[in-house]
Design a protein around this ligand. Structure first.
Ligand SMILES: [Fe+2]
Length: 397
């Protein structure tokens, strides 16, 4: 506070308190006037002696400290004064500003719970000030004080998100009721936001835990079967790129990622000597390998993923013409996610080294899917994959 002698010399107490109010933007009342009004004697040693003679500590109570703060913006000092009294009597803390400029600079330092804003002010009118405030703090509740004749233009305020308006001359009960309702609505909005955020975080945590578990399972399979180690991760990389190229939703892509990383989990039932056997495998051995999608399905079907992971994995060896396994379903009967995994699976497998043959290379892999586009493999997934490698310079590690 920077009060100079000349500011206050010769002024009566009420005027001095008004000057303090202007300087500090805090509602400050001449305690003598307050005493006369409320019958409460205020001593300078911070003890209040009430009309009935009881003493109480004047320190701000916990209730007062947590009471809501209202910024009153009006060029009319008497009106601010009256509003300050009314709002304080209703249990609110009050700060004040005489125009939009002062109000905006106050907002920079200290955000009130609600703004009571006059419509007609010299310089920036209430409409401009409300717009600036809403731009700065969109959730700030604003109540406009407007003359009867201006009620029509109050609609403009409501359109920009101002909570409500109160017509002049102000009915105090009406004003307090409007403020109470505005603050209750604000509390409700905050509560909903808080709950939404909590829900989002817990879903995120659950998904992370599910992902970590699935990665751990994938690692178990790969440790046992080093020849296909990294195959599942390679498939995920290509499958997600294809899905993105096909403009699948983020949710579907996440499902493909989850299914892809464990799509060969069923190979856990295949003896290691068959998996790592150099040279050709027998028909009998192939029969054992062919059971892996069904085994994977049986392992995964009990887990409640937000995606049909067990079904996607079950169908990853199905082919468009029905020549796949285990169910021999065809075309659109096969899940889109499985059709994408099938393309990614064959491309990754052919491009990489296998126990029974050296890597055939990416060109051979792309030739295979081109030749069997629409026969074995989904045409859209094939087109997306070819576009990635041929036109977009896609490479996988
Ligand atoms: Fe497989």
């Amino acid at each position: 506070m920077s009060l100079k002698d000349k500011d206050v010399l010769g002024k009566n107490l009420t005027e001095v308190f008004n000057i303090i109010k202007e300087e500090t933007h805090t509602f400050t009342e001449n305690r003598v006037m307050k005493t006369l009004r409320e019958g409460v004697v205020d001593l300078s040693n911070h003890i209040l002696v009430t009309g009935d003679g009881a003493e109480r500590d004047e320190k701000m109570s916990a209730e007062q400290q947590t009471s809501r703060k209202i910024l009153v913006v009006d060029d009319d000092r008497d009106f601010r004064w009256t509003m300050g009294n009314v709002l304080q009597a209703a249990g609110y803390r009050v700060i004040q500003a005489q125009d939009g400029k002062e109000a905006m600079s106050l907002l920079e330092k200290d955000i009130p719970d609600l703004v009571l804003l006059d419509h007609r002010m010299p310089g920036q009118n209430g409409l401009h000030v409300a717009r600036d405030m809403k731009q700065r703090i969109p959730a700030l509740p604003i109540v406009i004080i407007t003359a009867y004749a201006e009620v029509a233009s109050a609609v403009d305020f409501l359109k920009m998100g101002v909570y409500d308006y109160v017509a002049k001359p102000v009915d105090n009960n009406d004003l307090i009721f409007t403020i109470k309702r505005a603050l209750e609505k604000q509390d409700l909005v905050q509560e909903v936001k808080h709950l939404e955020e909590e829900r989002r975080q817990s879903v995120e945590r659950l998904l992370k835990a599910a992902q970590d578990t699935v990665h751990a399972i994938a690692l178990t399979v790969e440790i046992r079967d080093p020849y296909t180690a990294g195959h599942q991760r390679g498939v995920v990389q290509i499958a997600c790129a294809i899905a993105k190229e096909m403009s699948l939703s983020e949710h579907q892509i996440n499902g493909i990622r989850m299914a892809g990383i464990i799509h060969d989990i069923g190979k856990i039932s295949v003896p290691a000597e068959i998996l790592s056997k150099p040279g050709r495998i027998t028909e009998n051995e192939f029969g054992i390998i062919k059971a892996h999608p069904q085994i994977a399905y049986d392992i995964l079907k009990g887990i409640d993923f937000p995606w049909p992971v067990a079904q996607i994995v079950l169908q990853h060896h199905e082919r468009m013409d029905g020549s796949g396994y285990p169910q021999g379903i065809l075309g659109e009967e096969i899940l889109t996610e499985s059709r994408i995994l099938a393309v990614a699976d064959i491309v990754e497998a052919m491009a990489s080294h296998r126990p029974y043959r050296p890597a055939l290379g990416i060109d051979k892999a792309l030739e295979e899917i081109s030749q069997n586009r629409g026969i074995l493999y989904d045409p859209e997934a094939v087109d997306a994959c070819l576009k990635l490698f041929h036109e977009k310079g896609y490479r996988f590690n």
